[in-house]
Design a protein around this ligand. Structure first.
Ligand SMILES: *Cc1c(COP(=O)(O)O)cnc(C)c1O
Length: 357
């Protein structure tokens, strides 16, 4: 049976978007393709409030986490870790032999500018990694405030942002906030199938990459930029996904960016209020995510069984992430193209199954 996804990726994809992927194939060196990339790119720049290049890579977000670390760390990276996805930055640094220190907070908490100012002052760091929205714990870090601190007090530090479960669901003003890399996979708030990564890159990051001889091949920002200038990519792009993205960006801009951010906040507020009534929220109050809510399983129900029952009714939520949080927490994603009506529907199903109301 078809299940509507309330999991934090892949998210529910509308039929119109699935359809948009079935357009006839075009040659990636043809003007048809260049026209497509030239059409979609300004829409992405509008989404990110940026005039910097926005690259399209045929891979998932993890690829660009690796690609951006390899191209920017000359001295040492400070890696902030507040859950499973932010931990991945550190695993990638270790796997690449990239000098890095990790700064951990308890899961459920996030980072403040003060904490990161202090940590950055301790060593000669030139990169900071931050996970805007930590999908495993439902923590949203105060990105704008942290970026303002970095630009003011540590101007030589590049800020690499995993915005995988935030971009297109929460506002990111790439230029005004002073970010250096912001990357997102297509299967989260963009509400597309997986396989494409959208990546904004600043002039500062491009200048740093120029000084990095071992920056790798597939993700090389400078090769990407060379092709970007003629609306192409060095390797074959994920053409069908880009065709779907072009349609999705029209729909996102038609909804209106401010409306889209507000819809995500409204859905988050409904889930939080419900969670406070029947359970407890897992994250600290000042770090609650606008795109996914992690809830403590204070009633001790079987989340696996709950999900089976939801499945029979055509919905799916997420168990807690990994051995640490499974069955102890569960997650309801409210991102992408889900609506307030969808959210009320799935919460109503849970109420009915567990006899909550
Ligand atoms: C889903 C997710 C990732 C991993 O993305 P892939 O597309 O699987 O590479 C990384 N970071 C965050 C915050 C995520 O939510």
């Amino acid at each position: 049976m078809y299940k509507k996804l309330f999991i934090p990726g892949p998210t529910h994809v509308r039929d119109e978007i699935l359809q948009a992927q079935t357009a006839p194939m075009i040659g990636h060196r043809s003007t048809d393709y260049s026209d497509l990339q030239a059409e979609v790119t300004p829409k992405l720049q509008q989404l990110l409030y940026t005039e910097q290049p926005v690259f399209l890579y045929a891979c998932t977000g993890t690829g660009l986490m690796e690609g951006s670390l390899r191209q920017t760390v000359q001295k040492r990276a400070l890696v902030t870790v507040c859950g499973a996805f932010s931990d991945r930055w550190h695993e990638i640094a270790v796997a690449n032999g990239t000098p890095a220190d990790r700064l951990d907070v308890e899961w459920g908490l996030g980072f403040t500018p003060e904490m990161l100012d202090e940590a950055l002052s301790k060593d000669d760091y030139d990169v900071l990694t931050l996970t805007y929205n930590e999908t495993s714990t439902g923590v949203m870090n105060p990105l704008q405030e942290i970026a303002a601190m970095v630009r003011e007090k540590h101007p030589d530090v590049l800020l690499l942002v995993d915005a995988v479960s935030a971009m297109a669901g929460a506002k990111i003003e790439f230029d005004a906030w002073g970010l250096d890399v912001a990357l997102a996979s297509s299967q989260k708030c963009f509400a597309l199938p997986p396989g494409l990564t959208i990546t904004a890159v600043s002039d500062r990051a491009l200048a740093r990459a120029e000084q990095m001889p071992g920056r790798g091949y597939y993700f090389d920002f400078l090769t990407m930029l060379k092709y970007y200038k003629r609306n192409q990519t060095p390797a074959t792009p994920a053409i069908s996904l880009i065709q779907a993205l072009n349609k999705q960006m029209d729909d996102i801009l038609a909804e209106g960016l401010e409306n889209r951010w507000a819809r995500h906040i409204e859905m988050a507020t409904i889930v939080r209020d419900w969670a406070r009534q029947y359970w407890e929220l897992f994250p600290g109050e000042q770090f609650l995510s606008n795109t996914v809510t992690t809830i403590k399983n204070t009633r001790g129900v079987s989340i696996a069984d709950l999900n089976k029952e939801l499945g029979k009714r055509g919905a799916m939520i997420s168990n807690g992430y990994g051995s640490k949080l499974k069955e102890k927490t569960f997650r309801i994603a409210h991102m992408g193209d889900l609506t307030v009506t969808d959210i009320r529907w799935v919460l109503g199903l849970i109420d009915e199954i567990l006899g909550l109301s």
